[in-house]
Design a binder for this molecule. Sequence first.
Ligand code: HEC
Length: 240
Amino acid sequence: MIARLVLLALIACPATAWAVETDWPMEPMSPNLEDAPSLQRGFKLYANYCLGCHSLRFQRYERTADDLGIPHDVAVDELIFTGQKIGELMTTAMDPESAKAWFGAPPPDLTMVSRVRGPEWIYNYLKTFYLDESRPFGVNNKVFENVGMPHALIDLQGVARDACPPGAEDCHQLAIDSGSGLLTAEQYDQAVQDLVNFLHYVGEPTRQARERLGIYVLGFLAFLGIFTYLLNREYWKDVH
Ligand code: HEC
């Protein structure tokens, strides 16, 4: 917990500097931690498409599988590609120095990204990669200009292009080359929703338990309140 807080403080400081305003009209997105199938799909997508570069170094496979209702044997067979044991932290084998040389910036750990950037930002980020031949990986991003990350989900989404006429002001449009992705637009939106849901869970794995506990505590206080009131009435009944 303390390690998480320290990390959050460390990440939160430069975050103000990162929070470059984007004029992209952000699509609203709210995570839903009650949706277990979505969280499970998000975990799978993360393990397949993100974990190779981005560690979740405060998160263990085992805890994640337990929280999301995934049996351990399924987690070992389908979600651990690094040869690690289920009790280990979700680190990546990538060497940070080489990563920095390849991408310009090392892929950051994403344990806290949902708390620093917010789920809506990540959702829009993953939906706004577009073709830009001038960039090293041939793609740019509408909410993170000149990002060093390749479009990890391009196979699923397909090739997106800026669809605004040259010189057009106040135009914000991307169009996908038809048939270039494995998923339809709706399926891709769902996949990104699942991924962001998962990252939101990772940012605070105890959130659900905490909220549930809060409800019990309030229920208990209400219950106690009724008794106190009745007792009070009982005490004062004969005084007058
Ligand atoms: C090939 C390596 C690679 C893969 C795969 C990859 N990323 Fe990245 N990602 C990067 C790099 C490098 C950066 C840093 C970019 C920069 O600072 O310019 C980054 C940055 C990010 C950021 C912004 C972090 C921040 O706050 O600055 C998010 C969010 C992110 N990645 C999410 C994802 C998700 C989700 C996936 C899986 C779908 C993914 N990435 C797959 C390399 C990768």
